[in-house]
Design a protein around this ligand. Structure first.
Ligand code: NAI
Ligand code: MG
Length: 390
């Protein structure tokens, strides 16, 4: 599912890398994204859902989303009267297939000029090695979509049964209130926690950190932490359970990122903390992710970056394909092609360590169309370099 913008460029290059590494697969193209919203009024056509149902494993590039008014304006004229409302096809995929486990690893590549560095007491500097895997609950919480502006009367009445609502909001007219809910279920919370602990055990991480805010958000964050304590003591006694607040975690991640191993969080805090850690290892050109349903074996593997529309029109694609290549490695691990994944990761690491081939982001350039002339590698030159190592 290449999707929009730079999604296609990074996915094409990644498939070249997969083939060079000896991964044998037939690729079926799935339609997703803005083009299908404009022409069909649906960015996630049913045929794409059917394809994923059938084939189970997808590589996904990126899609473009636009605000409500722009979405309507770009809809084909004959569709405009139909009252269609744009909704994100990624969120749609997550919900349709229950892809509730989102995994976002952030690890330092030696020699990456974008690595986080820290000043030492003697005024030198050091480069802590980050090796963190964030498990983000992917379907519930603040992104669950249960929200209202000027809520329906029954909702308002229900809220008015809560003493804190009466005290803090009881004077405000209903029409001036917007509510976004943060719903956690035991089932999904247990699944993300268990996935995090199992990963820690499998890959030898010594700790699992629950990164929430249980001192303030007592019901949802509180439930997650309590369940983590139960799961840890009953099933994973050898793994330490740590508890951080999301705000403090965002501070700690630049002070001692090397201390953390597996981090687990609800949907929004997982989103935040994974972007934070991604910044320490090179940012969007390096941030990969997997989302899957362990029961069905359906998984979608994608870079966390978007479609970067302004770069999509360049004659030669300049964006860094490593986030997509790394996402494909996560796919390989998921389907137990671990040897091929390891081979590709080593090839990427070698290219970065050697430092001869660097995309514009690694050269700290602005992403203009002429970066290749100025010495930056293009998307396909980076893929060529990785293939060269393979
Ligand atoms: P973006 O991630 O597309 O781009 C932000 C900036 O990050 C780019 O301008 C570029 O400077 C840099 N960047 C992104 N990918 C890179 C790569 N592979 N190599 C080097 N630099 C890279 O986010 P933006 O601009 O906020 O959103 C653009 C569109 O993408 C929007 O329509 C948004 O809704 C959508 N989006 C889609 C996502 C997805 O498909 N999962 C995730 C985030 C945004
Ligand atoms: Mg994000």
């Amino acid at each position: 599912m290449p999707g929009d913008g730079i999604g296609k460029a990074v996915l094409d290059e990644t498939i070249r890398v997969l083939e060079a590494a000896g991964f044998e697969a037939d690729y079926v193209e799935g339609d997703i994204g803005w083009e299908f919203w404009k022409t069909e009024g649906n960015p996630l056509p049913d045929r794409t859902i059917d394809l994923l149902e059938k084939h189970k494993i997808a590589l996904f590039g990126a899609i473009t989303s636009k605000p409500k008014d722009a979405a309507f304006a770009e809809l084909a004229p004959e569709l405009q009267a139909k009252g269609l409302v744009y909704s994100s096809p990624i969120v749609g995929l997550r919900q349709h297939f229950g892809l509730d486990i989102c995994m976002r690893p952030c690890h330092t590549y030696k020699g990456n000029p974008l690595n986080f560095i820290r000043r030492t007491a003697d005024n030198g500097f050091e480069e802590p090695l980050v090796d963190v895997v964030i498990f983000r609950q992917n379907t519930e919480g603040l992104y669950g979509g249960v929200e209202w502006s000027d809520p329906p009367q029954q909702v308002y009445d229900a809220l008015m049964t809560h003493p804190k609502f009466v005290k803090n909001f009881g004077d405000t007219p209903k029409s001036e209130i917007s509510v976004s809910t943060r719903i956690f279920t035991k089932r999904a919370t247990e699944r993300i926690l268990r996935a995090a602990f199992a990963h820690a055990r499998q890959y030898g991480y010594k700790s699992v950190t629950v990164c929430e805010k249980p001192n303030v958000i007592r019901e949802t964050s509180g439930m997650m932490f309590k369940m983590a304590q139960q799961i840890q003591s009953a099933e994973f006694p050898e793994i330490e359970l740590w508890n951080t607040n999301i705000d403090a975690q965002m501070m700690w991640l630049t002070k001692n990122p090397e201390d953390y191993g597996v981090i687990v969080a609800g949907n929004m805090f997982g989103d935040i903390v994974s972007d934070g850690f991604a910044g320490l290892i090179g940012g969007l050109g390096f941030a990969c992710s997997a989302q899957f349903n362990p029961d069905t074996g359906i998984g979608v593997f994608e870079p966390t970056h978007g479609s970067a529309p302004k770069y999509a029109g360049y004659e030669v694609s300049i964006v860094n394909p490593i986030a997509m290549i790394e996402s494909a490695c996560m796919m390989l691990d998921f389907i137990k092609e671990n040897k091929i994944a390891a081979k590709i990761r080593k090839a990427v690491a070698d290219v970065i360590a050697e430092g001869k081939v660097r995309t514009y982001d690694m050269m700290k350039m602005r992403g203009t169309a002429d970066v290749v002339k100025k010495g930056a590698a293009s998307t396909s030159e980076m893929a060529d370099a990785v293939i060269g190592k393979l």
